[in-house]
Design a protein around this ligand. Structure first.
Ligand code: NAI
Ligand code: MG
Length: 343
């Protein structure tokens, strides 16, 4: 039976994760979940972010379900770098998977797209690029201060994430991969990405390909999000583009993600794209759909495709039944989703 580590985290994290767990229990009775207390509260209490002993324990699980970490009282970077990025790097979660669908019943901000028309997935590189932590600073707090932040791109790292994108596209109806980069300006990294993309594309004649600069992609995600199927891109571009994709498909409360180690050498981690939302924490009004859809991605990754499909169907029914303007209650949505998923 699947062994899942749960890091509920801060703010609305525990509120939405509780609903995702209800749904997991409903579709996979007997699933073993172990809670790990990490995040802002623990850092305040003990100064610990992610002790090595906890990292080692997490490694023994099949997957990690994470809510959100972060709090205005913790300096920026402490939890993001020390927990989220550390886990992604330590567990070699090089595929950061971020699907976006415009679900029927959801009022997106775009008049030009109809529900059901947008169904894309961004495969964001998760372990390299500008997030690798290569850089430093000199002469801090003086007029001569210098800061560098370098983008690291390896052939190995680029090739494996592009291969994953093509494999995913091959399993989807439209079979199309768009490479997004900025090859005209970032010529060193861009050339590596473009050449690697072309080489992998040559092995997949059944998959259509296109290339876009990231600024054009930002525009097209707003004006024509229907045109995308699978998008593969580097760490920073993917971070930004997936917020746009979430915004045009009904908002951050619906956006799910997986940080995946496709080989299964380490556990993959599934989390809503949103953060701890301190502005609404404790009110019981956070939308748990993003967390529940993240649990569906977890189920898929662990090979429970039928259970994942039931969760997706429950989400579709939930969203189709919503009345705009009516405040939802986190618990009630979770109860409905669990009941529908179990059926
Ligand atoms: P946020 O995603 O927490 O909130 C942005 C806005 O979206 C807020 O108005 C919030 O109320 C709303 N929102 C977010 N999730 C929602 C949900 N499920 N239902 C309804 N409304 C929702 O981003 P923000 O405010 O920039 O960051 C807050 C904290 O979270 C920071 O400490 C940040 O570092 C952290 N964070 C953590 C992430 C993670 O753990 N993966 C990701 C993003 C931010
Ligand atoms: Mg982000």
């Amino acid at each position: 039976m699947a062994r899942i580590a749960v890091v509920a985290g801060d703010g609305i994290g525990p509120e939405v994760v509780a609903q995702a767990r209800k749904v997991l229990d409903a579709v996979l009775p007997g699933v073993q979940a172990t809670e790990y207390d990490l995040g802002a509260a623990r850092w305040h209490r003990t100064g610990e972010v992610l002790p090595d002993s906890v990292l080692a324990e997490l490694a023994g699980h099949d997957a990690i379900l994470l809510g959100a970490v972060g709090d205005p009282t913790v300096p920026p970077g402490v939890l993001e770098r020390g927990l989220l990025l550390k886990l992604r790097f330590a567990f070699d979660q090089y595929v950061n998977l971020r699907p976006s669908r415009l679900w029927p019943g959801v009022a997106g901000p775009l008049g030009s797209v109809k529900p059901g028309e947008v169904d894309l997935v961004v495969v964001r590189e998760g372990t390299e690029g500008l997030y690798a932590g290569a850089g430093g600073s000199l002469h801090r707090d003086t007029p001569a201060e210098v800061a560098t932040e370098e983008s690291l791109n390896t052939r190995h790292g680029v090739e494996r994430v592009i291969r994953d994108a093509f494999a995913r596209a091959g399993r989807r109806e439209r079979r199309k991969v768009t490479l997004v980069h900025k090859t005209n300006v970032l010529t060193h990294a861009g050339s590596l990405w473009a050449r690697t993309f072309d080489a992998v594309a040559a092995e997949h004649p059944d998959v259509a390909t296109e290339y876009q600069h990231v600024d054009a992609a930002a525009m097209f995600l707003v004006t024509q999000p229907q045109r995308y199927d699978v998008v593969v891109t580097d760490n920073l571009f993917g971070d930004i583009l997936t917020d746009i994709a979430a915004a045009v498909t009904g908002g951050i409360g619906l956006a799910a993600s997986g940080c995946i180690n496709p080989e299964g050498a380490y556990p993959s981690m599934f989390e809503p794209v949103h953060g701890s939302a301190p502005d609404i924490a404790g009110q019981g009004v956070a939308d748990p759909v993003a967390a529940v859809l993240s649990a569906a991605l977890l189920l898929e990754q662990l090979g429970h495709a039928e259970a994942a499909a039931r969760v997706n169907a429950a989400v579709a029914a939930e969203l189709a039944s919503r009345t705009p303007g009516v405040t939802l209650r986190t618990e009630e949505v979770g109860d409905r989703l669990a009941a529908h998923s179990a059926a």
